[in-house]
Ligand binder design. Structure first.
Ligand SMILES: [Zn+2]
Length: 374
């Protein structure tokens, strides 16, 4: 892993480099910005740089420190993240059940494998005071090998009040070579007193090109899946990776079957499709499905405008072209608006079956009253 593996964020990387090279690094940094844009990934790279035996901003990757960092098991690296609630006394880790310890280790392994992985323990309640109290113990640690103890607090906005107050004490009395890095997608949820004691570093949303370029460098990823994930990820590389790796990509033939049911106006078939789409009872999956349907209409628009190179669903170029020819009057822009409105409603607590029925009727009206297959 090198700085190149952090997608985009050139401004942040050069800022961190100049801090590192000048040797003037504020003892507490706060990385803030949207989810999945590389805040934790950059923090972990910075921890590597601070501890690599070569002493350079670009870690060597093979010294004992870099090796330990690559598996996220390093004496001078401490990861803090939301934990299950009963772990509130003494040490956050001591009170975990064997299963929870296993889960925690799996999460850390997943993070080592993919620094864009968002650590999420199933029963996590928040960041505990015990986790934050442990920081002082870490700070006392000195190593003959030099380097700095890096404490990374991920999802720092999830500190409970007592944890936040304990952290404030640590921030007020900085100790030796302790480097604190807080990351958050919700800066405004942090105590102003914490924010004011950290140096803020803003992470931007990523461009579709940057995400696509990074996905294309990964092995075993189909170019059409990379293109679809980059378009649907809304600037989050973490989300794009999840889509291509964990099967989060909606199968394009599901979109096609759904649109067929919509235009055929066979209520029974349509109901079957809607139930199949909703079978996972997961709003995120439905949102991804709707975005894929929106992508279909965008592709039809691209074909109509003679910009076939902009087509995302390249493996469906033929049905898309046929659709464009068969429904020359289809109001694709309105269809996209209807879908976007629907996506907003999914996030609220609406009844999903009803929502999909209404959307299907509206899409049918956008496409055409004429019967026919896509
Ligand atoms: Zn090294």
């Amino acid at each position: 892993m090198s700085w190149d593996s952090i997608v985009g964020q050139q401004r942040v990387k050069s800022h961190l480099r100049s801090m590192f090279e000048s040797g003037r690094i504020p003892h507490a940094l706060l990385f803030h910005g949207p989810s999945g844009v590389g805040k934790d990934a950059a923090a972990l790279m910075f921890a590597r740089a601070l501890n690599c035996r070569e002493g350079t901003f670009d870690p060597c990757g093979h010294c004992p420190s870099c090796m330990a960092m690559s598996v996220l098991r390093h004496q001078r690296l401490k990861l803090i993240f939301p934990m299950p609630s009963k772990a509130d006394e003494d040490s956050a880790v001591d009170k975990l059940s064997a299963d929870e310890l296993d889960e925690m280790n799996e999460q850390i392994d997943a993070k080592a494998e993919n620094p864009y992985h968002h650590i999420a323990m199933a029963k996590a309640a928040g960041i505990k005071i015990s986790s934050v109290r442990d920081i002082r113990r870490e700070a006392a640690f000195r190593s003959e090998e030099g380097g700095r103890t890096v404490v990374l607090i991920s999802d720092a906005d999830r500190m409970n009040t007592s944890a936040a107050n304990a952290l404030l004490k640590t921030l007020e009395e900085p100790t030796g070579d302790l480097q604190l890095i807080l990351t958050t997608a919700r800066k405004d949820a942090l105590l102003p007193t914490i924010i004011s004691r950290c140096q803020l570093i803003r992470f931007d949303i990523l461009s579709e090109e940057a995400i696509l370029g990074a996905l294309k460098r990964l092995p075993d990823i189909r170019p059409e899946d990379a293109a679809a994930a980059a378009q649907l990820s809304a600037g989050s590389y973490g989300l794009a990776l999840q889509m291509v790796r964990e099967g989060g990509l909606i199968k394009r033939d599901e979109v096609l079957s759904y649109l067929r049911a919509v235009v055929m106006y066979n209520p029974q078939k349509l109901m079957e499709r809607i139930q199949a789409i909703l079978s996972q009872e997961d709003r995120e999956t439905l949102i991804r499905f709707l975005m894929a349907v929106g992508g279909w209409f965008r592709d039809v628009l691209a074909v109509r405008e003679g910009a076939a190179d902009r087509v995302i669903n390249t493996d469906f170029r033929e049905p898309i072209t046929k659709f464009a020819e068969h429904y020359p009057d289809a109001d694709c822009s309105r269809a996209i608006d209807e879908i976007e409105r629907c996506v907003d409603l999914v996030a609220k607590n609406v009844h999903l079956v009803n929502l999909m029925i209404v959307l299907s009727q509206r899409l049918r009206r956008c496409i055409a009253p004429a019967d026919g297959l896509i």
